[in-house]
Design a protein around this ligand. Structure first.
Ligand SMILES: CC(C)(COP(=O)(O)OP(=O)(O)OC[C@H]1O[C@@H](n2cnc3c(N)ncnc32)[C@H](O)[C@@H]1OP(=O)(O)O)[C@@H](O)C(=O)NCCC(=O)NCCS
Length: 149
């Protein structure tokens, strides 16, 4: 896995069909496949997949309105985590935002989600707010932001 080449490309309908039935079992995704399919049709949204040996091992999405963007989702396949795929996806998403003149990227994350927060901080995101008991009425949400000059 460590020596495998991670290829990043825009998510196609074929890619979506490949992952839709295994979204929850393999990717631990918190969205249902219908929501994801609708996102792919949204002109403001941009979704990418990471592939190793032609097989999807992760995906991420961003929604842009004028010069501001929100990270919608980032997930690595359960059996492939902690091997650089999330970083490759996130780097690609941020480069996409930069090349589209985005000045501010915002995201929201469960404060207990250690791997995700580590990933975001690695790319320069900083906490700007907290929403108490946002997830399931128990876990706090952290709002993080990256300003691009
Ligand atoms: C968050 C997530 C996308 C990270 O993907 P990944 O492919 O494991 O990311 P990477 O391998 O590039 O690791 C990114 C950083 O997090 C760290 N990390 C990864 N897994 C970790 C873990 N279990 N515990 C602590 N740190 C971890 C890595 O060390 C790395 O930091 P480093 O480069 O400084 O060493 C993945 O954990 C995931 O899919 N989680 C479930 C979905 C989710 O929670 N998405 C975010 C919603 S806001």
């Amino acid at each position: 896995m460590n020596n495998s080449i991670i290829e990043i490309s825009e998510m196609s309908l074929t890619d979506f069909e490949e992952i839709q039935s295994v979204l929850i079992s393999d990717f631990d995704d918190f969205w249902n496949s219908e929501t994801l399919k609708n996102e792919l049709k949204n002109n403001n949204s941009y979704y990418i997949v990471a592939k190793i040996n032609n097989s999807i091992v992760g995906f991420a999405g961003i929604k842009t309105v004028l010069d501001e963007a929100d990270i919608m989702n980032i997930v690595t396949k359960k059996d492939s985590r902690n091997s650089g795929i999330g970083s490759a996806l996130f780097s690609s998403i941020i480069n996409y935002a930069k090349s589209n003149n985005v000045k501010k990227i915002t995201l929201e994350v469960n404060e207990n989600n250690v791997p995700a927060i580590k990933l975001y901080k690695k790319f320069g995101f900083e906490q700007i707010a907290k929403r108490e008991k946002y997830y399931n009425g128990t876990d706090n949400a952290i709002i993080m932001q990256l300003l691009i000059s």
